[in-house]
Design a protein around this ligand. Structure first.
Ligand code: AGP
Length: 589
């Protein structure tokens, strides 16, 4: 939620650099945006409501400056207005602040500041930080004032401040992502690497509860003690183009198509590492998979895969609910977190709880160096490359691939698992051709005006039905729900009326007959049956053929639904990359 970005260096186009970086972070929040840049020793501001992607920096270059910060907002406190858009400034207009996260004690702080005579121009929690900082600056130097301010804040946040009369950036994180980019005598601080990837691939990670001061070079400090900390510069291997749309109209379709390659990349792991982690799972006194949203559906699907392939029970709990389950955790418990971003607040909180109870943590994540990566005992990187569309696609299938591999490894069948997934990757490559896309486009045109649709599946395809529903909801805004096929007759079948589209995810296994029977019951009530299946059936009104991937069927079956959701979004004139009300990385609870 919210993208934040700062630049300090010799380039006099600091403001323009911020705007172009914010465009790369827009997937994190896109209801309003703003930039603050130093003009001599004062802050100048530009704030707008709407998407920064629509702003043309070439036609409207910002005045020269060498120090600037910016923000792309996903509103938490206060409506979507220019006044509430960040940055926020102090009354003397020397300090500007941007912030991602929530300051939980902002009401008390704001009350104290109002009593001292500070005037607030916005309804945000963030404005509290800038006035508090300005207040501490009256009796302290900027760095000490920043430390004192940060020590008073409660909640999860990443914050960036500039002070123009001192030409300094102060940045700090407590639970929300923030990374330093190291260029040639220039520095960047951002919520995510794509913001500065066109300038540098060298990064320095800011850990939780740390503050960094950038003037001549970055200096890192522990927030609580003020002690200076040494940091390494790490070179990351992302190509700048991997964070761009290229010839595709949207990131979502680019990322769907990338699944031709991303499964191979995901399973290209060191065998001894996968075997070692399989031993951890086998040796644990209980394993729990946790994730949120799509990642939770991946966990749910993995529980079926572990049962079938590894003959092993793994628990599944959604991240936000996990703290309420903590009492069964032991030191020998293993918690496996699944996350694209590695920054989802609910999952992070669950991991903190697990760690407090002494449990071991394995993360399956896409973003290397993310908070989850750094706080876990073990991590597997799915190597999907930047995923920028809000709707997860390639990360989902890569996470499923890794969990399938682990299940096979637990059954001493790593080679068989790899072979299955390599074959599945080949099948996806063959499937994702222009004719296939056209076939799905035709379906999307048929059903685009329906306001409700349903997805059913059984066994591992039940959580995939839930995931299919999330994809459809997120980008098409059609009311979509997923069900276990067998559950329909216990209530939801009452929702079916003439023509209601119902997608049936049908695997070529022992579940086929049951799902076909469930689809038949829907059809008998007027439903329009869309079969996603390797084989056709008379009951299908529209057949989307998928290759028979055996135990990799969930990975394959979800792809046509991703494509359908995308096509529906475009036909319904929604922006699939930035759906309303959502943000890519949910860093607030
Ligand atoms: C996926 O399409 C969603 N945007 C969302 O449910 C997402 O999967 C969830 O917020 C978890 O994100 P994470 O994988 O980065 O932890």
């Amino acid at each position: 939620m919210c993208g934040i970005f700062a630049y300090s260096g010799p380039n006099k186009k600091a403001g323009d650099i911020i705007i172009s970086g914010l465009k790369k972070l827009e997937y994190r929040g896109y209801d309003s945006w703003g930039v603050a840049y130093c003009k001599d020793d004062k802050v100048d501001l530009m704030k707008k409501v709407g998407k920064i992607g629509e702003f043309n920096v070439k036609e409207n270059p910002l005045p020269e400056s060498t120090l600037a910060i910016g923000h792309s907002r996903w509103a938490t406190h206060g409506g979507v207005t220019e006044a509430n858009a960040h940055p926020h400034t102090d009354s003397e207009e020397k300090i500007a602040i941007v912030h991602n996260g929530i300051i939980e004690n902002y009401r008390e702080l704001k009350k104290e500041l109002i009593e001292k005579g500070y005037e607030f121009k916005s309804e945000t929690d963030t404005e509290t930080i800038v006035h508090l900082l300005s207040d501490f600056c009256k009796t302290n130097d900027f760095i000490t004032a920043a430390k004192l301010t940060l020590q008073k804040l409660k909640g999860r946040y990443a914050v960036l401040a500039i002070k123009c009369d001192e030409q300094k950036i102060v940045a700090a994180r407590r639970g929300s992502p923030l990374i330093v980019g190291v260029g040639e005598k220039e520095y960047f601080v951002a919520s995510d690497i794509p913001a500065f990837l066109e300038h540098t691939r060298k990064v320095m990670y800011i850990d939780d509860n740390e503050m960094v001061v950038v003037n001549d070079k970055p200096h890192f400090y522990e927030l609580d003690t003020g002690k200076e900390v040494d940091k390494r510069v790490v070179e990351i291997d992302w190509e700048p183009e991997s964070a761009e749309k290229g010839d595709f109209e949207h990131f979502m379709i680019k990322e769907i198509m990338e699944q031709k390659d991303t499964i191979y990349r995901a399973i290209n792991q060191k065998d001894d590492e996968i075997l070692r982690l399989a031993e951890e799972i086998k040796g644990a006194f209980g394993t729990t998979l946790i994730g949120c949203g799509t990642a939770a559906k991946v966990c749910h699907a993995a529980s079926y895969i572990f049962s079938k392939v590894a003959k092993r029970h793994v628990n599944v709990v959604v991240g936000s609910e996990f703290p309420s389950y903590k009492d069964f955790l032991k030191e020998k418990s293993l918690v496996i977190a699944v996350s694209q971003s590695g920054e989802t607040a609910d999952t992070l909180e669950a991991l903190e709880v697990a760690k407090e109870k002494g449990a071991k943590v394995l993360s399956i994540i896409n973003v290397e160096g993310s908070t989850m990566d750094r706080m876990s005992d073990y991590a597997i990187h799915i190597k999907a490359g930047p995923e920028k569309a809000v709707a997860s696609t390639k990360a989902t299938t890569s996470q499923l691939a890794i969990l399938t591999l682990l299940a096979y490894a637990c059954n001493d069948e790593l080679v068989e698992g790899k072979r299955l997934l390599i074959e599945a990757a080949g099948m996806i490559n063959d499937m994702l051709n222009p004719r296939y896309e056209e076939h799905i486009q035709t379906l999307a045109e048929k059903i685009k005006d329906f306001e409700s649709m349903y997805v059913i599946g059984k066994a591992v395809n039940y959580p995939m039905a839930l995931e299919a529903a999330i994809k459809l909801q997120e980008v098409s805004y059609i009311h979509a729900e997923g069900f276990a096929g067998g559950e329909l007759k216990h209530g939801p079948i009452a929702l079916i009326s003439e023509g209601t589209p119902c997608i049936a995810l049908v695997a070529n296994d022992e579940t086929r007959t049951d799902v076909i029977n469930n689809a038949t019951e829907v059809k008998a009530r007027g439903g329009y049956i869309i079969g996603v299946s390797p084989e056709n059936d008379d009951i299908f009104d529209y057949w989307i053929k998928v290759p028979d991937g055996g135990n990799a069927s969930p990975i394959i079956n979800i792809i046509p639904v991703q494509l359908l959701a995308y096509k529906l979004a475009v036909l319904r004139q929604n922006n699939p990359d930035m759906p309303r009300n959502l943000a890519k990385s949910v860093t607030v609870k």
